[in-house]
Design a protein around this ligand. Structure first.
Ligand code: CA
Length: 391
């Protein structure tokens, strides 16, 4: 028994001692223990770590780099598994948690072959579903960090310009094809640098979170040629409020499915860097998809190497997302565009209603977990969002 006298805190709980996700509550930076939070500011962590955890957000810790991250995780493991309560330890509510870091640059990838092919078939029905570059590089674009929001933030239906295929002219108004993208996000840290090698990528990845990259398909379909996604994506991106450290995924590493062609040297992973994370998407309480992250075709180390290979830097607080996670089977697709096949195949919810795209008042919850050491489960913090009518 540890001093944390709570049935919800043990290896069988997704936020047991094997996870130790970081967040920010009213009492300051904290680590999640079961269904409560342990604030860090009053703990005896030593001179090097204490200033980092007394900061107003995670960014100084992100900047401190992997040696500090490992030291803090080891110390917190001792603290949460001690039999007596260590000095300064008290448990507080999770309810005041907020987005725990200032988001720097945001990049969105497109790393599921299943998703890319599905979208290709719908958006470009007369061409090959996969464009020729896709198997040679992780396709991505720079997104908008200012609208990355914490889980629970309502999402206002975006307005914009769209044109139906049979319409003569574009029109302006609220999106009628509002969608989700179930993704995994990577929170960056360590020294500012460029040309990160795949073997050094983990030095710059602090942690992992579930992301919902809300997408207005009608706006996107009209605007995206030739420069890619723009206003159909930039209105909101939601992220889980507790960041699970990359170190917690040691038992979840899997090889990434091989590309059909030889990769350029800078994209070759030396170790398995896929992550066996299982996602679950709930639409108004009905589970509509279980996307498997292990099937993603590009991994975080390849994505970070690619992002910085031209001399661009990675900085503490930068965030990149994997791209929509879609498996081979229909019930594994991580967007409603794919689940409803462009709106042609409605999805039935538990209350008997049907949906193709999001309606005002709808609530989406995306959860995630991965296998942990010794049969335990490593949790990712859920991402929720409810759609508000267009302003
Ligand atoms: Ca996306």
């Amino acid at each position: 028994m540890t001093w944390i006298d709570d049935d919800a805190f043990g290896p069988q709980h997704p936020f047991g001692p094997q996870t130790l996700a970081y967040g920010l509550v009213d009492e300051g930076l904290a680590v999640r223990v079961g269904n409560q939070a342990l604030p860090l500011a009053e703990l005896n962590l030593g001179e090097r770590l204490e200033p980092l955890v007394k900061a107003e957000n995670l960014n100084p810790l992100l900047a401190a780099g992997r040696i500090a991250w490992s030291e803090l995780r080891a110390r917190l493991t001792e603290i949460v598994t001690a039999s007596g309560a260590p000095a300064g330890a008290r448990l507080v509510s999770l309810s005041t948690a907020k987005l725990p870091f200032a988001v720097g640059d945001y990049v969105d990838y497109y790393s599921s072959r299943n998703h890319a092919e599905n979208v290709g078939r719908m958006f470009r029905p007369d061409a090959a579903p996969l464009l020729p570059n896709w198997t040679h590089l992780p396709v991505g674009y720079h997104g908008r960090s200012g609208t990355v929001v914490g889980s629970g933030t309502p999402v206002v239906r975006p307005k914009g310009q769209r044109k139906a295929p049979d319409a003569a002219e574009p029109s302006y108004g609220p999106s009628t094809r509002l969608d989700i993208e179930a993704e995994i996000g990577f929170v960056c840290g360590g020294p500012v640098t460029s040309e990160v090698r795949t073997r050094n990528a983990a030095e710059h990845i602090f942690g992992v979170a579930v992301v919902n990259d809300w997408s207005a398909r009608d706006i996107q379909a009209w605007e995206y040629v030739p420069l890619g996604p723009y206003l159909g994506k930039s209105f909101a991106t939601s992220i889980g409020k507790w960041i699970t450290p990359l170190d917690a995924f040691s038992a979840a590493r899997v090889p990434v499915p091989e590309q059909p062609n030889t990769l350029l040297d800078y994209l070759v992973s030396e170790e398995p860097s896929g992550l066996d994370i299982r996602l679950e998407v709930q639409w108004n309480g009905t589970i509509v998809a279980r996307p498997p992250f292990a099937e993603m075709n590009w991994s975080f180390d390849q994505q970070l190497a690619h992002m910085t290979v031209n001399g661009a830097t990675v900085r503490p607080g930068d965030l990149f997302a994997s791209g929509t996670v879609s498996g081979k089977n229909k019930e594994e697709r991580g967007s409603f565009l794919e689940l409803s096949w462009g709106g042609k195949e409605p999805i039935e919810l538990a209350d008997g209603s049907t949906r193709t795209f999001l309606e005002d008042g709808d609530t989406i919850v995306i959860t995630g977990w991965a296998p942990g050491p010794d049969g335990s489960v490593v949790g990712l913090s859920e991402v929720t969002g409810t759609i508000r009518p267009a302003a």
